[in-house]
Design a protein around this ligand. Structure first.
Ligand code: SAH
Length: 460
């Protein structure tokens, strides 16, 4: 076939009808089958687009004007939505976001796994889809006169958005704490870290809060080994805000995008704050992984529990268990739970959380889940139920094999990536398991992310 060139040129203006949204949240419109990806355009809309980038098989455009706008288009409530890259969907009604996520899961299962008839339920959304994040990591910069500023980076850059006073998907208290630290640090003359020159002090202000307990942990990340004016900072913060339970200094002296450095020191108060999901209490340390939307995490885990249908005689494996969040939920009903996770610190936290809750029937192991599960299989372990919650890249093939070799009655697959979920469900279907239902849960409103719980049964 002769090589075809793109039907558009850079800087050309074209009129497009938008059909779809990409996984990044860009509208998709086509010219003679050639797709153009256009930020902020919604399916069903017609508009003028300036072509800004032309590649062989696709291009990018900028929305200039709308001829027909979608009934689902809403005014984004955040002042900096069009500058910031954090949210992608504030210009879409929440109901439409939920439907779009359900469709996305359904279509992905169809396309990748050929699962046409599996029931994909309507996405479970939040009553109030704002202010849900319990952890903020805010970069610190400075104005020309040196005054400290905080704000997220502009899209595809490391320039801080000036005048960003609030982030409306953050817990309100987190917002207030970031501003309090900024104000006090500025008054004390603490300088901002400058990425370009690798000079200055304060890099990030991080705040974590316990949804149930309202405890707050403040983490100050500096380039320098010393935290200047440390005692004054502590005195002002703790004197004014009694819900602060912990102040932590983290040192990151590397020229890097990674936020936290290796060295952490408790400057004041406790090494942990606590939060509760359902009846289980979790200790959260500065570095430990903890779900950022605790309300929806409860919804997600309850669904996983419902699908798992565990009885008091059951042995359960929780692969990719992190700090044991799902394992400890499962342990309330099971005879014995085995969790496996690759990060040693997370496993330490999981054990600590089990003790904290008086749970004695959950054991945790460090290792690659695929290796440990293969070994368990060889040792003859035959769990009744397996729960997996892998990272975005999905399950390792060796793990899928170990899982089906163990022949559990039921598998519950929690996933944050519909594409790898679909790939893995196909393999499990071909290895004797039937996908019964998939439930999308909206853990990250206003963004393109979607989480799913899937239920599989062994075929008889
Ligand atoms: N179930 C937990 C964590 C899920 S996140 C919760 O809900 O909180 C996925 C976890 O998989 C992370 O903790 C990550 O460290 C872990 N992980 C990644 N690759 C792994 C592997 N090969 N083996 C075991 N764990 C792995």
């Amino acid at each position: 076939m002769a090589k075809q060139s793109a039907p558009v040129k850079k800087n050309q203006t074209v009129t497009l009808t938008f059909e779809d949204l990409t996984h990044e949240g860009n509208g998709v419109g086509k010219i003679n089958g050639y797709p153009l990806f256009v930020p902020y355009a919604l399916p069903g809309e017609v508009g003028d687009v300036k072509v800004v980038k032309v590649k062989k098989n696709f291009g990018f455009g900028k929305l200039l004007d709308l001829h027909t706008s979608s009934p689902e288009r809403v005014e984004p409530p955040c002042d900096v939505f069009y500058k910031c890259g954090g949210c992608q969907l504030q210009h879409m009604s929440y109901d439409a976001q939920l439907t779009m996520k359900q469709d996305q899961v359904r279509n992905t299962l169809k396309k990748i796994a050929h699962l046409e008839h599996v029931q994909v339920h309507p996405t479970i959304g939040m009553k109030d889809p704002w202010r849900y994040r319990n952890k903020v990591q805010m970069p610190v910069g400075a104005k020309a006169d040196g005054e400290l500023i905080t704000g997220f980076y502009q899209k595809r850059s490391h320039r801080i958005i000036e005048g960003m006073e609030t982030c409306i998907i953050q817990d309100e208290e987190n917002d207030r704490m970031v501003e309090a630290v900024r104000r006090i640090a500025d008054r004390l003359g603490i300088t901002a870290y400058d990425e370009e020159t690798d000079q200055g002090v304060l890099r990030h202000i991080m705040v974590r809060t316990g949804e149930e307990t309202n405890d707050a942990m403040i983490i100050l990340v500096t380039r320098t080994q010393k935290l200047p004016h440390r005692d004054e900072l502590v005195k002002e913060l703790t004197g004014t805000y009694p819900h602060i339970k912990s102040i932590v200094h983290n040192i990151n002296d590397k020229q890097t995008n990674v936020i936290l450095g290796k060295k952490t020191e408790i400057v004041w108060g406790d090494a942990y704050i606590y939060d509760k999901i359902g009846d289980v209490t979790f200790a959260i340390s500065p570095q430990s992984f903890y779900q950022v939307n605790p309300k929806q995490t409860k919804v997600l885990y309850e669904k996983a529990m419902e699908y798992a249908q565990i009885s008091s005689t059951d042995t359960v494996v929780d692969a990719y268990c992190g700090i044991g969040t799902i394992s400890l939920f499962l342990a309330q009903q099971a005879k014995q739970v085995y969790g496996v996770e690759v990060v040693p610190e997370a496993v330490e936290d999981a054990k600590k959380n089990a003790t904290l809750n008086g749970i004695t029937n959950a054991a945790f192991y460090v290792g690659e889940a695929e290796k440990v599960m293969s070994w368990w299989t060889a040792q003859g372990m035959r769990p009744d139920v397996i729960v997996v919650d892998p990272p975005r890249k999905g399950c390792d093939e060796e793990l899928l094999k170990a899982m089906t070799d163990m022949q559990p009655e039921r598998i519950v697959y929690v996933s944050c990536n519909p594409s790898t979920l679909a790939r893995d469900l196909r393999i499990l279907e071909d290895s004797g398991y039937e996908v019964k239902e998939v439930q999308p849960v909206d853990m990250f409103p206003q963004t393109m992310h979607v989480e799913c719980v899937s239920w599989l049964e062994k075929r008889t």
